[in-house]
Design a protein around this ligand. Structure first.
Ligand code: DAK
Length: 258
């Protein structure tokens, strides 16, 4: 499918989705979010895709929702449009692991999009922020909820109330980002991480994704029970037999997603 605001490539079981509105620092407009939801949904259904990477360019992952598109709207319009709601949900429903590879500005809706992904790899140039307060609005695509779960109440309040940016080192210390790479090697390193995930059993990867996401959404007791049942269920797969046999035979496993 041809997209106007994205560049999508599938290679070696990884679907690389580049946000492509460089003149607007990849600001998220309605067209980009619609196309992104379509691209992620298509990749999620494609059995040649075992990991999805969402990235931007060196200057920006995305500098937020498109202020030019939003500025003149009124309450009824944003309420009935349900701006970005269905698109964000479509991305968060994907079962395939999604990595956000972030260079440069990752602000507002851009930071929220990165947090919808399963984890964030950052360039040392990355700058994260929820500066919506400077525009007279609060975050609208999960920022107050997800950032708080990532970094805790104190730092989340600080980010949302002051609108300040946090650099990659602070984001890694705070737990927002899993790893930081030099900007010039971010994509090479990200594709290595994607390849590492792609070689696993897809069934197991999806189980892991569901189980970790449960930790954000339920009580510890319910989450532990869910994990234990998923662990039990994994013994119904051929990939469990193969994984353990390969370990005992001192060879690499050949997973077949069964
Ligand atoms: N929207 C539209 N255009 C943007 C933009 C944005 N968010 N960010 C940058 N641009 C455009 C600039 O207008 C400029 O365009 P021209 O003037 O050249 O036409 C071009 O990108 C380059 O930007 P600058 O000239 O400003 O570049 P600088 O390097 O000087 O500054 C900056 C970079 C990132 C510090 C600055 O551009 C900036 O502060 N940008 C705005 C950041 C921001 O406030 N982001 C939050 C936006 S509000 C919702 C879902 C999501 C949201 C809301 C609701 N629902 C589900 C309900 C999200 C809201 C937001 O994200």
């Amino acid at each position: 499918m041809a997209y106007e605001t994205l560049i999508v490539e599938i290679e070696d079981y990884t679907c690389l989705i580049r946000l492509n509105r460089p003149d607007a620092l990849n600001a998220l407009n309605a067209q980009l979010m619609t196309e992104l939801a379509q691209a992620v949904t298509a990749a999620d259904r494609n059995d040649k895709v075992r990991c999805i990477v969402i990235t931007g360019n060196e200057k920006a992952f995305a500098a937020g929702a498109d202020v030019k598109e939003m500025a003149s709207k009124g309450f009824t319009e944003v309420f009935f449009d349900n701006l970005f709601g269905p698109e964000a949900e479509a991305i968060s429903r994907a079962r395939t692991p999604i990595i956000a590879a972030v260079s440069g500005y990752c602000l507002g809706g851009g930071c929220e999009l990165a947090m919808i992904c399963d984890f964030i790899l950052a360039a040392d140039s990355a700058k994260f922020g929820q500066p919506e307060i400077n525009l007279g609005i609060c975050a609208g695509m999960g920022g107050t909820q997800r950032l708080t779960r990532f970094v805790g109440k104190s730092k989340s309040m600080d980010m949302h109330l002051t609108g300040r940016f946090m650099d990659a080192a602070e984001a890694e210390r705070a737990g927002l980002v899993s790893r930081v790479f030099p900007a010039k090697s971010l994509m090479e390193e990200t594709l290595k991480v994607a390849a590492k995930i792609a070689e696993k059993s897809m069934i197991t990867a999806m189980i892991v994704k569901e189980a970790v996401n449960r930790a954000q959404e339920t009580t510890l007791a319910e989450g532990l029970l869910f994990e234990r049942r998923m662990f039990h269920a994994s013994f119904a797969t051929e990939d469990q037999k193969e994984g353990m046999a390969a370990f005992l035979e001192k060879r690499q496993p050949q997973f077949r997603d069964r």
